[in-house]
Design a protein around this ligand. Structure first.
Ligand code: ASP
Length: 333
């Protein structure tokens, strides 16, 4: 009798280990949507974008593979992209109208709906890490500007001079915009909006079945008066809930805020039982499109289903699932 009981326990443990090993895990990242067409950039730049995405993807995936949390994977992937000057986040971020670089970021844990965000910071090397600290250590959800910087420093985040973020590519884009100033945009309304995208984001599902999402950006070139976009706003640029999905957005932030884009997708999945692909398509190709705005989203649900939607010419994106499915793409298929 004792032996039968022991056998049953061993079999149960083996089954549990098997079931755990079979649980899907996945990561999806983006590096911004916009006018991204074949032939528009050099082959060398194209290779660099792909390399950067691949590195971030592999870094995040390795975190999931060793059994760490979706939150850690999202953070790890975004840090790689923030440190890569090709993308509009951290080093390489775009210039605001006053010639400074002002960064926004947010992160959310789908297992408990905890979230953290920072906005309008100018000296934090990795904004996504500061957003995570806000979530875990501040008792608040969003901190802005100098206060956020003071808090990040107290928390041991790397603080750097503004010059750390500067790149010739972004400076040229900023100067080009200013040369044609006046002809271009109204207050707070971007001129050639597609030149301004390039935000980075990640969504992940870990072996424990938890979802997380994060987004980090320099915002839009020439943004004025401490403008804050959708990226640090929970429910607009970022959302994660184990009951629905994880979402990170990129695009014309003012419209993503008005649509509460990330939460609108999550609500469709949770309340209307829509597959993530249908929910993302409806929000991007109907709702956003009908408002005359552009951008894209990456979405991942607790079963590992993904959707990558954009109504621009391209979106830098990459995905990797425990099922073996993987890819890195820049353009429309
Ligand atoms: N959504 C960002 C913002 O409006 C820009 C982007 O995605 O590139 O700040």
């Amino acid at each position: 009798m004792k032996r039968v009981f022991l056998c049953a326990i061993v079999m149960l443990l083996q089954y549990c280990a098997f079931a755990q090993a079979q649980k899907p895990f996945a990561i999806v990242i983006h590096g911004g949507a916009g006018t991204i067409r074949p032939g528009m950039i050099s082959a060398a730049d194209e290779a660099q974008y792909k390399q950067g995405l691949q590195k971030a993807l592999d870094t995040g995936y390795a975190v999931l593979e060793k059994g760490s949390t979706a939150l850690d994977a999202v953070q790890a992937a975004i840090v790689v992209l923030e440190n890569d000057s090709m993308f509009n986040a951290g080093k390489g971020a775009v210039y605001a109208a006053n010639g400074t670089i002002e960064l926004d970021a947010s992160i959310m844990d789908g297992s408990n709906l905890n979230a953290g965000a920072i906005a309008g910071v100018t000296t934090i090397k990795n904004p996504i890490m500061a957003a995570r600290k806000v979530m875990e250590q501040s008792g608040h959800v969003m901190l802005a500007r100098h206060g956020a910087e003071m808090f990040a420093e107290q928390q041991g985040c790397d603080i750097v001079p503004q010059s750390y973020f500067w790149t010739t590519k972004r400076r040229n884009a900023y100067e080009k915009q200013n040369e044609t100033k006046g002809k271009k945009s109204h207050l707070g309304q971007p001129g050639n909006i597609d030149e301004k995208y390039g935000t980075v984001g990640a969504v992940a599902l870990d072996k424990q079945g938890n979802l997380a999402a994060g987004t980090s950006t320099g915002g839009m070139t020439n943004k004025k008066f401490a403008r804050i976009g959708d990226s640090p706003i929970i429910g607009a640029g970022t959302y994660a809930d184990n009951n629905s999905c994880a979402v990170s957005c990129t695009g014309w932030g003012e419209y993503f805020i008005r649509l509460a884009m990330a939460k609108a997708i999550a609500d469709r999945v949770e309340l209307l039982n829509m597959p993530v692909d249908d929910a993302a398509k409806q929000m991007i190709h109907d709702r956003l499109q009908n408002m005359g705005a552009t951008g894209g989203v990456i979405v991942l649900d607790k079963n590992g289903n993904i959707s990558l939607q954009f109504n621009t010419d391209g979106m830098h994106r990459a995905w990797k699932k425990s099922t073996g499915e993987s890819g890195v793409e820049l353009y429309k298929q």
